[in-house]
Design a binder for this molecule. Sequence first.
Ligand code: AMP
Length: 217
Amino acid sequence: MITLALSKGRIFDETLPLLAAAGIEVLEDPEKSRKLILPTNQPGVRVVLVRATDVPTYVEYGGADLGVTGKDTLIEHGGQGLYQPLDLQIAKCRMSVAVRNDFDYASAVRQGSRLKVATKYTAIAREFFASKGVHVDLIKLYGSMELAPLTGLADAIVDLVSTGNTLKANQLVEVERIMDISSRLVVNQAALKLKQAAIRPILDAFSNAIESNAVSS
Ligand code: AMP
């Protein structure tokens, strides 16, 4: 049995066409079912639904053989024990720094001010501000980062931005792009060796589908 860990939402939706290219069809809709283990049309393949931040942990410890997870989540997790063969080019967005539109970020940085930065992505934020030589106090949050500058909890946030609509709706502006983000396939290293015959064809089909998407887009 091959177990693939996915998170509900964008990653699940955008992984479906890749699975279809590998001849795998998920037989239940996670938005309609309460089941956490979803069967597929292939008796030897199942999908487990886990929180996005738990995907690397499931795959690292063998709770799943494969998983799909954002580069952001992988960096925060550390990626230890995971084979990362493919950038799937899905769930694309960027990791950025944003502030209130009346906050002068450039002068604060120029003057060497100590910034309060709220984020779920503390490893990425720490590394980014250290590389710029900016002193920061990091405030760990688990969601609704946009609220932090509006309530005075922080001067800036580090968060994922896709269309920019969420920032705009909350009077925030993007002042730095830290990195582009997309989702990766991660594979348990022992499973890759022991279940090679079942996993290889999936990797190959994903890889071909990504290539033909790149050609057609
Ligand atoms: P947007 O309004 O389109 O810029 O989306 C921003 C909101 O969606 C923020 O709350 C982000 O944390 C979240 N978001 C955007 N892209 C992603 C992604 N690829 N994965 C997870 N969350 C995302």
